[in-house]
Design a protein around this ligand. Sequence first.
Ligand code: ATP
Ligand code: MG
Length: 411
Amino acid sequence: MAKKLRSIRGIHDGLPDQVRGFQHIEQVARAVFERYAFSEVRLPVLEPTELFVRSIGSATDIVSKEMYAFVDQGGDHICLRPEGTAGAVRAYLQAGLTRSGAQRWYYMGPMFRRERPQKGRLRQFQQIGLEWFGVAGPVEDVELLALATAFLKALGLDGLRLELNSLGCEQCRPAYRALLVDFLKGIAGDLCETCHERMDKNPMRVLDCKDEHCQHALRDAPEMIGHLCAACANHFERLRQGLDALGLSYEVNPRIVRGLDYYNRTAFEFVTDRLGAQGTVLAGGRYDGLIEELGGPATPAIGFAAGVERLAMLLESPEPRRPDFAVVSLGEQALVWSLEQADWLRAQGFVVVHCGGGGAKRQFKLADREHARYTLVIGEEEMQRGVFTLKDMETGEQRTVTGQELVASMQ
Ligand code: ATP
Ligand code: MG
């Protein structure tokens, strides 16, 4: 027997029960984001590999080991996108929108990272992301966090913790970085192997290590928020005042660094305790240098991305919509008419399953399995008279109705 093919490890099929959950999350996102006047964009899944090397940073986990990158038949270096911001900035520049005022974009779709698969950590996963180009904040940072809160609340997730940090800027970060490296050298013996690697290339990432021993060793590490320049400190202060004024609660977490190099100043995560180490469901921050880095004019920006699978794990998938009618047609003559009637009912907005004609017993069994509210029986007599025999599957009650009467009674 031929070997059965399976999906790739960490890459899952979305089957109906689960996809109903995803659709619900997407619908809520669209509704909330559009109220803040954001517009959807649909961007490529394949991008030039160089885009991510230049934007995310070659010392990050994503670029150094997690990208699905390959050389295509024409010799081009291509990559399945690991995140959405870099592609959004590329599209914004390519479309020449830098002089068109602030742009408010959102997107949803699959991202790819070759990580170690775990619960809530997949190799293909879906993000709902949002980018706001051309705004320097801090007012917009406050609004973006209000939007994210509104989205999570509309999903029924009000119990999430908002963690907030400032990552400084080009002015204040280098000096802090040097301080941190000095500190890390002093505790190097207590750090895990990955942290050793990060220490030289990407020292701030060490702060984010999920290993408990490392976290213990890092308890007295210097913090960026203690070393902000005046402009960054002022930005952070005004952000906090704005959140307080709107009644949005948060905790300052000096350990939030984000896994991508392009972030500066505001960084945040919405976290749950219900998903273990994969507790961040929505994360983002400011990336004021990225647009320039990718060849555009200096343009501030802020954005976030939410992990759809992680959100779905916190929510119950909605039940499938129960069919209103199952149509049982008796006899060859009535089949075509019954198919037409089924379509007519669908055109009136009802969910209708046609049981396929043939033997009565098989059809009634099928109708039962569909859990339809009503079974409509259509035989030759019904066809001649232009009526249906309607059976209420809950009460067992049976009556004869015309299509118009039926539709009127269902209003
Ligand atoms: P983490 O710290 O959990 O690895 P991250 O910092 O790599 O997250 P981002 O790149 O900011 O995450 O992505 C935003 C969101 O996308 C995350 O908060 C998470 O909800 C989701 N996400 C990221 N990587 C994965 C993955 N491999 N599988 C499922 N969801 C993911
Ligand atoms: Mg990650």
